[in-house]
Design a protein around this ligand. Structure first.
Ligand SMILES: [Zn+2]
Length: 425
């Protein structure tokens, strides 16, 4: 339904001019007020009741689309997370999570406490429908009713928010994880209420590691400690999931320590890039090219970004600081990504340090000789890289913590062998 249709429907229900209603609605939508909240405000302004204007439709979740307006559904509560948001200048506590029925699942946001918990079967009446990243989402507001059902609805989904780290995805809410704190530091940030102390670091379990932020520092969160984090939510940070602990989360020390995996999950480049970003992953493939911006580079002394011809994009003409870096394109047949190696890993490949590189550039009277040397060492060979992968519209970048040669992948090796034996490949 577009604004025009909503306005028409409202105007006829309220018996007022459509253009006036439409203007009010558009005004509110401009401020990202969800459509059914906006309609309620307009309804109130014109003296209409808070109740729904249409007969609620009762339907299966599989049939729910963003075209729906108000709906009634009978569902099992899978998860429930609590979060505080600033909405029109006010702090509001909202509950978010997922509902399921036999046909599917849907996310919800509840603007007040309705009292349901994971595992409950409820009939939600007159819930608003809004679009979130192309999917319908239920909005439980003032005009919504929630009735507890005595008969339990059987659903194929897992009930409750307990997950392993590898299962977490940006957008998840009301999750519970048991983890070991790999590292943590206290930071002061300029938050929405001025300077705020927060904790940030890395947590891990047997399935992986993820960055986290604790917006309401909990003393149990200390390096090396194992904790159960209840009611956390997941956001995207540099293309990878990040765990958020809030004032609504429960943090409990565990007696039994949680083991953290030593290895990163290994996957194909295509698979990893499709995942949209991973905090710690291992990718293998052939280096097909060493990109510009490799070798002996210069960085801005202010912001540390790589600069060209002594000019920083933010700071103009600056006295560049020499550094070594490699940007190598790794290809495994399923996809490509740019592996970025810092000074230490680059020195290993180059076989010399920064002074050696400067010396070589001076002798050749060309800084490019360093990049050429690095390309000669890498291109055509198979490597495995471990680090943090981020994906944006310009491509995929892996910031590597480790980079090692690997035996050629079996398929290529087999093809080479067949060619050697004179068998057609
Ligand atoms: Zn700069």
């Amino acid at each position: 339904m577009d604004v025009d249709n909503h306005a028409e429907e409202l105007a006829s229900a309220l018996g007022v001019d459509k253009e006036e209603v439409k203007e009010d609605l558009e005004n509110l939508l401009q401020y990202s007020v969800p459509i059914d909240e906006a309609k309620q405000s307009v309804r109130r302004k014109h003296g209409g009741g808070g109740g729904g204007d249409a007969t609620p439709e009762s339907l299966d979740l599989a049939d729910l689309t963003t075209e729906h307006d108000n709906v009634t559904v009978t569902v099992r509560v899978l998860t429930k997370g609590t979060r505080s948001i600033r909405y029109q200048g006010e702090d509001i506590t909202i509950r978010e999570g997922e509902f399921a029925d036999e046909t599917g699942t849907v996310s919800y946001t509840a603007w007040q406490e309705f009292g349901f918990e994971p595992g409950d079967t409820v009939t939600v009446g007159n819930a608003g429908v809004r679009e979130w990243e192309g999917h319908p989402e239920l909005n439980l507001g003032d005009s919504t009713s929630v009735a507890l059902e005595s008969e339990e609805l059987e659903v194929p989904n897992e009930i409750g928010g307990e997950r392993e780290l590898i299962e977490l995805e940006p957008g998840d809410r009301g999750r519970t994880v048991e983890v070991s704190v790999v590292e943590v530091e206290e930071r002061t940030i300029d938050g929405r209420d001025g300077e705020t102390e927060i904790l940030s670091g890395v947590i891990g379990d047997e399935t992986g590691r993820l960055p986290f932020t604790d917006w309401d520092p909990h003393p149990e969160i200390e390096t090396g400690e194992s904790v159960r984090l209840e009611d956390v939510y997941v956001r995207e940070y540099r293309g990878a999931p990040s765990v958020n602990v809030s004032a609504f989360s429960t943090v409990e020390s565990l007696d039994e320590p949680v083991t953290v995996t030593d290895t990163a999950p290994s996957m194909s480049i295509g698979e990893a890039v499709t995942a949209g970003g991973l905090f710690d992953v291992e990718l293998s493939g052939n280096v097909i090219e060493v990109r510009d911006g490799s070798g002996l580079i210069q960085r801005c002394p202010e912001c540390n970004r790589a600069i060209q011809n002594g000019e920083c994009r933010s700071h103009g003409d600056v006295e560049g600081v020499d550094d070594l870096r490699t940007k190598a394109i790794l290809d495994d047949g399923t996809g490509t990504c740019t592996v970025i190696l810092g000074r230490e890993l680059t020195e290993g490949i180059y076989g010399g340090d920064l002074d050696d590189a400067r010396e070589a550039a001076r002798e050749a009277m060309d800084r490019e000789v360093v990049a050429e040397e690095i390309a000669a060492a890498l291109v055509g060979d198979a490597y495995s890289a471990r680090g943090s992968l981020s994906v944006d519209e310009y491509g995929a970048n892996l910031n590597a913590d480790a980079f090692e040669p690997v035996d050629e992948d079996p398929e290529t090796a087999a093809r080479d062998l067949l060619a050697e034996l004179g068998v057609g490949a």
